[in-house]
Design a protein around this ligand. Structure first.
Ligand SMILES: Nc1ncnc2c1ncn2[C@@H]1O[C@H](COP(=O)(O)OP(=O)(O)OP(=O)(O)O)[C@@H](O)[C@H]1O
Length: 565
């Protein structure tokens, strides 16, 4: 590294201070010492803050060894003389005027360095942008084109720069901007030897309020079209994926979620477990609410298709006119309202399982189509001609008697046998009431979590009530009753009274007992009390009337009611 030039300054008033500030930032200059007889001179303070040695007497200053240059900024003749007399021989003296000239030269040099830096940055930007750029002076002389200009127009920079824009492109955006002194937007033109169609924007270049020239930026329309096409294609893919995501659900149930120990239930469970790993088509039958859908989920969730879609189609819920398109999808424009191509459930289920709920409600036309899909695993979208191949496992469910429907001609026999490769018959809850306590236990745990409650169980009487009921809505109905009881319960135990408010239990149990012909007297008494309260109401007045009708005192009625809870 070159040796630094050691400089000292005498006179640290305004002039000396400004020289000091300029010199201290120059790399190869070292300010060794400064001098002023006034301690509070502006420059002395600054130098002190910078840690530079400061002298209050000229004599001390002139003792500082090895100074290369002394800048004399006092302008006082005596001072100049003393410096000349006592300085080291090798040390040069520059007077304030000379120093100021030097300062302005240094400042200009720095500005030049800044401009060079800026130009370097600008060049890097202009060279890397994809858009073509051309600059012309106010007289039209072309001063600059970037590399993209030559790429787009096939005109090399050397053949363009120096020409006049008013001659080579008199009607272009750049010439127009120069003529009008205004910006030009979205100007379409054909440029260069390549005859490329471009879209251009041009603006005046204004320096300190004066127009010096103009710049045009353009890019080929093909690039824009290409980008638009790519955007459209990407949007189509996104739409398609969105539709799939909206329609696909995977299954997270397994057989562990199924409760029940009745032999009929267990044999259905056993069969389902065995069938899960194969691809066999399964027909699940049973009354509404017996768990057909839960079984289908568990079969899928235990099968090798576990990670693939589980698609449910409720054949009873879709209008007949839409069933075909729901199943097989449709091409854009296949019918009025078919604005986009839509994938059908069969295609969405590809690789996974389709669960055809309420299959007994499918019309005969669609039954024929479904048969073909199950047999050949291929179909066409509505309005389409391309054959689509899929690999889908079919699980169907119904609460109707399909065999009876076959006899009546309402269900295709061939489809029935095709679906009924394996039948899982789910028992009605009234036929496996022994499982009720287990269901209730699991439901209470589930709803405790859901409602943040701490219910521990049911009274024996409440459990009896549940066991006596017929459960036409099966497990779903039981679930609803327990949920509603849990919403209203304040205690830790659900009482039979709460349940009686939710379902018409007494009447049902009464019917059951009447059919059997026997009923304990105690039970009969309770039922009579309930009937009386139902008729007259639970208020004090109602109880008075009930007691009167039952020919017992109000106190006896209260006693009996206490025993009943
Ligand atoms: N074995 C079971 N163990 C635990 N919960 C069950 C069981 N079976 C059914 N459920 C619950 O009962 C409710 C009804 O079940 P699901 O919807 O599967 O019945 P479904 O037979 O398909 O009814 P539908 O014929 O009306 O469609 C569900 O909330 C389900 O979780």
């Amino acid at each position: 590294m070159a040796r630094k030039v050691k400089v000292g300054i005498v006179g640290m008033g305004q002039g000396g201070a400004s020289i000091y500030k300029t010199l201290r930032s120059i790399e190869h200059i070292e300010i060794t010492a400064v001098c002023d007889c006034r301690e509070n001179a502006q420059g002395i303070k600054i130098a002190q803050l910078d840690g530079i040695s400061t002298c209050l007497s000229l004599r001390d200053f002139l003792k500082v060894p090895n100074l290369d240059v002394i800048i004399e900024a006092t302008g006082i003749e005596d001072v100049q003389k003393q410096i000349e007399r006592d300085k080291e021989k090798s040390c040069a003296v520059i007077e304030a005027q000379g120093a100021n000239l030097m300062m302005s030269l240094i400042e200009e040099k720095e500005k030049l360095a800044d401009i060079k830096r800026l130009k370097g940055e600008l060049d890097a930007i202009l060279n890397s942008v994809q858009e073509a750029i051309e600059v012309a002076g106010i007289d039209g002389s072309i001063k600059y084109v970037n590399p993209s200009f030559s790429r787009v127009t096939s005109i090399p920079a050397s053949r363009r720069i120096g020409n006049n824009i008013f001659e080579v492109s008199p009607n272009g955006a750049l010439a127009r901007s120069l003529r009008t002194h205004e910006a030009v937007f979205a100007h379409r033109a054909v440029v260069g030897g390549a005859n490329v169609e471009v879209v251009a924007n041009a603006s005046p270049i204004v320096v300190e309020g004066k127009m010096e020239g103009a710049v045009v930026v353009f890019q080929p329309l093909t690039d824009i079209y290409k980008l638009m096409e790519q955007l459209k294609a990407s949007n189509r893919v996104i739409d398609d994926l969105q539709t799939r995501i909206n329609q696909i659900s995977t299954s997270s149930y397994t057989f562990d979620d199924l409760i029940g120990s009745h032999p009929e239930f267990e044999s259905a469970l056993d069969l389902a477990r065995k069938a899960a790993k194969s691809n066999t088509t399964i027909l699940i039958t049973g009354e509404s609410g017996t768990g057909k859908e839960l079984f289908a989920h568990a079969i899928h969730g235990t099968s090798l298709r576990l990670d693939k879609p589980f698609i449910k189609v409720n054949c009873a819920a879709i209008p007949e006119t839409l069933l075909e398109s729901e199943f097989f999808g449709h091409e854009k424009g296949a019918f009025t309202g078919a604005l986009k191509t839509k994938l059908g459930k069969m295609e969405l289920a590809n690789g996974g399982t389709i669960f055809l709920d309420e299959i007994g409600d499918m019309n005969l036309y669609l039954q024929a189509k479904l048969l073909r899909v199950i047999q050949e695993m291929e179909f066409e979208r509505v309005g389409g001609s391309q054959t689509i191949k899929v690999d889908v496992r079919v699980i169907a469910a119904t609460n109707r008697n399909l065999l009876e429907m076959v006899k009546q001609g309402d269900f295709r026999e061939d489809l029935y046998y095709r679906l009924n490769v394996l039948e899982l018959r789910l028992p009605s809850l009234r036929n496996h009431k022994d499982d009720i306590p287990a269901y209730v236990h699991s439901l209470i745990a589930k709803f405790n979590r859901k409602f943040g409650k701490h219910v521990k169980g049911l009274t024996t009487r409440a459990e009896e009530v549940l066991m006596q009921y017929d459960w036409p809505g099966n497990i779903r109905e039981l679930q609803n009753v327990i949920e509603r009881a849990m919403v209203t319960v304040d205690e830790e135990i659900i009482t039979h009274k709460q349940l009686l408010n939710l379902v018409d239990f007494p009447l049902t149990s009464q019917q059951e007992h009447t059919i059997e012909g026997l009923i304990p007297i105690e039970e009969m008494e309770k039922q009579l009390i309930r009937m009386a309260l139902e008729r007259y109401g639970n208020s004090v007045e109602g109880k008075k009337q009930a007691a009167k009708a039952l020919r017992i005192s109000l106190a006896t009625l209260y006693n009996k009611l206490k025993m009943m809870t």
